[in-house]
Design a protein around this ligand. Structure first.
Ligand SMILES: Cc1cc2nc3c(=O)[nH]c(=O)nc-3n(C[C@H](O)[C@H](O)[C@H](O)COP(=O)(O)OP(=O)(O)OC[C@H]3O[C@@H](n4cnc5c(N)ncnc54)[C@H](O)[C@@H]3O)c2cc1C
Length: 600
């Protein structure tokens, strides 16, 4: 079974030393309670819950899966009890408004909680995780009456929420969606249709489930401009927020799938269920983006979680598995062979996991910091700037961190050799669980198109320039610093190449629209590597400074510097390969006629 230990020292390094959360929180209206002592206490308690309660249920959840019987779903043994402990601990409302029963702490502290929960047991974490998206959507787009009715019980965790977009014929292209919303006399709507693949769509953890559903009113225009958003509870909720009669929302079945067996992926049937419009009519997709963006950053956490869990379980195995002798001389002369950690190829895999996990963590916590700024900005300019930075980085986080997370999960299996393929060790479960992350919440292909098509080309490079300014500025600032100048040079040269690709693509796209789609995946990966390089350079600078101030914690800071070196020497050069591929002709991808694809 894969074991989990909360990486609290590493999280503290990122939030306190690299990103200076204490100074950041001091500027937030809700930040006065987020003192270092409070953060320490949250980390300690959350780590305990995740290590002792959730992690042991990870393999149980995988082996038992959810059971479906006549519309009811039973979660694996222990899931329900763990969820009750979650409610009792007040974890769900940590970063949500006090007026609805939350603790009002900054949004970014919620990420810390999501990382630990998700690494310990991703399938379990999806139940409260989807609820967070529902809560945010209600909070941003709901009327006061809607918020008062639904938010208190979602905030305590007594109810959970879902996101209902996908139908059998469309997932990426929601313009094709068919679920209907017919107006009732009382101002509500009768929702009819079937949604598929709904995570946490049905379960036995709570009495009620609040579905956030996309549907079309009868007079709605075709395509994405005719979609509205609705709150559809499984059981009616009265004006005091209390649960009433059944609302014709039923679970038709759950999917048999590759991984995340402990989370129910449900077919949900709405048979004239009463729904309440959330946000303006026909602007449902825009409102749902509040949910989807929460879910996209949440899914990026899944990539980090896979890399971290795979690393945590690869490294001890590699220390303890003996195979052949190291080419540079015996390392364990008292043993019949040397530990595999001494073989460069095994180190390559383990250092890749470490570099992607720690680099991904810095990227995510910085995005969470931008989220706090956006939420509590004092000026419109400040809010807009944070919104832009977050909007630009979201597809990079979602796609790059899930792709690299999956690579790290695969390396976890590889480090174990044949034993990695055997269920008992839990390494193959990490791969199966991580595989979905590049698919749901918008596939890697869809994120890549969002980044290059919408956020770079259609925007005329404005967002791109404001985002890449940070890399240029920082690269220049360390260009002459001893030990860091090599990172400054590399960061600058990769950022220049990235910039040239953008400008080149603008020109190519004006001649051939397929140039955007043909280059989008490589562009996204380059964006991920350059962004991560920026954070690795910053972590190296911090580690260097700390090492000179605090030699008592040498091993920790030295490891940071060594991992930074590995990232810049061995992983960042991959961006050059992606750039070369991007410059390839569009015809090499698009000229083949459909009949030449035929199997002969
Ligand atoms: C376990 C699981 C949980 C899920 N949870 C939820 C949930 O809670 N709520 C929910 O609503 N949905 C959920 N989904 C659905 C999920 O979000 C979709 O499956 C996903 O968005 C892809 O949609 P699709 O399956 O229809 O694939 P399609 O849209 O048919 O895509 C097929 C392929 O074509 C590519 N493609 C499509 N259009 C383009 C384009 N324009 N340019 C380039 N490439 C393109 C895609 O990248 C993909 O590779 C879940 C799915 C699974 C399997």
């Amino acid at each position: 079974m894969a074991v989990f230990k909360a990486p609290t020292r590493d999280i503290k390094f990122v939030i306190n030393d690299v990103l200076d959360f204490p100074a950041h929180y001091a500027k937030l209206p809700c930040g006065e309670d987020a003192t270092p002592d409070m953060i320490d206490a949250i980390l300690t308690e959350c780590a305990k819950f995740c290590e002792e309660v959730l992690s042991p249920l990870n393999q149980v959840g995988d082996q038992q899966g959810c059971q479906f019987d006549n519309g009811k779903v039973t979660t694996p043994d222990g899931f329900k009890e763990a969820y009750q402990q979650w409610i009792d601990g007040g974890w769900q409302g940590l970063s949500h408004p006090v007026e609805y029963g939350g603790q009002g702490l900054p949004l970014s502290l919620g990420l810390l909680k999501s990382e630990l929960v998700g690494t310990a047991n991703w399938a379990w974490g999806m139940y409260p995780g989807l609820s967070l998206g529902a809560m945010n959507t209600l909070y941003v787009h709901g009327t006061d009456e809607q918020k008062d009715r639904y938010l208190p019980k979602l905030t305590t965790g007594e109810w959970t929420g879902t996101m209902c977009l996908t139908e059998s014929h469309c997932g990426s292209d929601l313009g094709q969606m068919r679920t209907r919303a017919e107006p009732n006399d009382d101002g509500s709507f009768a929702i009819t249709g079937t949604k598929i693949f709904i995570s946490a769509g049905e379960h036995d953890l709570t009495d009620n489930i609040v579905h956030i559903v996309l549907a079309r009113t009868p007079d709605a225009p075709e395509g994405t401009k005719g979609i509205s958003l609705f709150i559809v509870p499984k059981f009616h909720v009265d004006e005091n927020g209390e649960m009433g009669e059944f609302n014709n929302v039923s679970c038709g079945s759950i999917e048999h799938k590759m991984g995340i067996h402990g989370n129910a992926t449900a077919v949900i049937n709405f048979d004239g269920a009463k729904g309440y419009m959330l946000g303006p009519k026909n602007e449902g997709l825009a409102c749902m983006f509040t949910f989807m963006n929460t879910a996209r950053v949440g899914t990026a956490v899944q990539g980090l979680a896979a890399a971290e869990l795979a690393y945590q379980n690869s490294y001890p195995y590699a220390m303890d598995r003996y195979s052949m002798r190291s080419l540079s001389g015996h390392k364990n002369p008292d043993k019949p062979a040397d530990a595999i950690i001494h073989h460069p190829d095994v180190r390559r895999m383990i250092l890749t996991q470490k570099a992607f996990a720690e680099g991904g963590r810095a990227m995510l916590y910085d995005a969470a910091r931008q989220g706090d700024i956006m939420m509590f900005a004092e000026t419109e300019e400040e809010r807009e700037n944070a919104d832009n930075q977050l909007g630009f980085v979201t597809p990079i986080l979602k796609a790059f961190l899930t792709e690299t997370g999956l690579e790290c999960a695969n390396y976890g299996m590889q480090v174990y050799g044949g034993h990695g393929y055997i269920a008992e060790h839990g390494m193959e479960q990490i791969v199966r669980d991580a595989r979905i992350a590049t698919l749901y919440e918008g596939t890697t292909g869809i994120q890549a198109m969002d980044l290059l098509g919408r956020k770079v080309i259609l925007d005329g490079l404005k967002l791109y320039r404001s985002f890449s300014k940070r890399m240029y500025g920082y690269g220049l600032s360390i260009l002459f610093k001893p030990g860091l100048s090599k990172y400054g040079r590399k960061l600058l040269s990769h950022t220049f190449r990235w910039n040239r690709l953008c400008v080149g693509l603008l020109l190519r796209a004006s001649r051939n629209r397929d140039a955007v789609g043909a280059g989008s995946y490589d562009f996204l990966m380059i964006s991920g590597y350059v962004t991560m390089a920026y954070f690795w350079a910053r972590m190296a600078e911090t580690a260097q400074k700390k090492l000179s101030e605090n030699p008592s914690d040498r091993a920790f800071y030295e490891a940071k510097l060594e991992t930074a070196e590995f990232f810049f020497e061995r992983l960042l050069p991959r961006a050059i390969g992606h750039a070369e591929a991007m410059r390839g002709s569009v015809g090499s991808m698009m000229d083949m006629s459909l009949e030449n694809f035929e199997i002969r």
